[in-house]
Design a protein around this ligand. Structure first.
Ligand SMILES: NC(=O)c1ccc[n+]([C@@H]2O[C@H](COP(=O)([O-])OP(=O)(O)OC[C@H]3O[C@@H](n4cnc5c(N)ncnc54)[C@H](O)[C@@H]3O)[C@@H](O)[C@H]2O)c1
Length: 255
């Protein structure tokens, strides 16, 4: 797909994988709309990117905020790319150390953010993309959602997180099938361990132990490597309905 001159919405674009994606797509001539709860940081990122980059401060779990962000992305250009990076993790076992059950609250919070947030932006972006002029082979756009290797290799304490990322994986094929008729592709990326503010919360020792657990290369992923893959996915029209692990070959152990 020709992406130069098109418009993209990137949720979670104020940090980590989303920020790197916004920067990479902008370098390809894409007009990026960063949609993030952290408006202050989103503003800084789009100022650094410059040009036509813009932002919407809002919450992906709020359908009205999502519509506003999609509208802004679609009004300023031809919306062809939607990337869902807003999300977070949670640690909690089925039963706690004292034998009490996993709280429902955090489980629901994680599904709401990682699954409903992705659903909200995917559906609204697809609806807008379905109205744009198709390119030569009938292609209108692409949606890239962010899963995790935890969808497949869920570790001890990842019940809520793995459930949410499993749902992102599960939506990929039916969404790609639903949207084939309007020329929109849907893929997901399942990142391994990336050096983003999410992992920066861990002490250095824990981070280097994690890096050693990667098959090859023995290091954390660099966010720009994620942005690079999103860009390739957007350009390569024959990629569709697939979940791509981007993980240095890591297979997560039980803990
Ligand atoms: N970093 C990793 O190693 C890793 C591995 C696998 C999967 N992932 C997934 O990649 C995605 C991005 O992770 P990251 O490491 O870049 O995290 P990050 O914390 O650096 O960035 C997440 C961004 O999402 C925004 N956000 C959070 N909740 C939001 C909401 N309700 N509405 C709008 N914006 C919201 C935050 O403000 C932040 O800017 C997440 O879905 C995460 O689960 C990350």
């Amino acid at each position: 797909m020709e992406i130069n001159g098109s418009s993209a919405i990137i949720t979670g674009g104020a940090s980590g994988l989303g920020e790197a994606t916004a920067r990479r797509l902008a370098a390809e001539g894409v007009r990026v709309t960063v949609f993030d709860r952290n408006g202050e940081r989103a503003k800084e990122v789009v100022e650094e990117i410059g040009g036509s980059a813009n932002y919407v401060a809002g919450d992906v779990t709020d359908p009205d905020d999502c519509q506003k962000a999609v509208d802004q992305a679609a009004e300023g250009g031809t919306l062809r790319i939607a990337v869902n990076c807003a999300g977070t993790g949670w640690v909690g076992r089925v039963i706690n150390r004292d034998g009490s059950p996993h709280d429902l609250g955090p489980f629901q919070f994680i599904q709401n953010l990682n699954v409903i947030g992705t659903f909200n932006v995917m559906t609204k972006a697809a609806s807008a993309m379905a109205t744009v002029e198709p390119q030569s082979d009938g292609e209108r756009g692409v949606i890239v959602n962010t899963a995790s290797v935890a969808a497949f290799d869920g570790q001890i304490g990842q019940l809520a997180y793995s459930a949410s990322k499993g749902a992102v994986v599960g939506m990929t094929l039916p969404a790609a099938r639903d949207l084939a008729v309007v020329g929109i592709r849907v893929l997901a990326i399942a990142p391994g361990l990336f050096d983003t503010p999410l992992l920066a919360m861990l002490p250095d020792e824990a981070r280097s132990a994690l890096a050693q657990s990667v098959n090859f290369p023995k290091r954390l992923g660099i966010p720009s490597e994620y942005g690079e893959l999103v860009t390739h996915i957007a350009k390569n029209s024959y990629l569709n309905a697939e979940v791509i692990r981007l993980d240095g070959g890591i297979r997560m152990p039980p803990k």
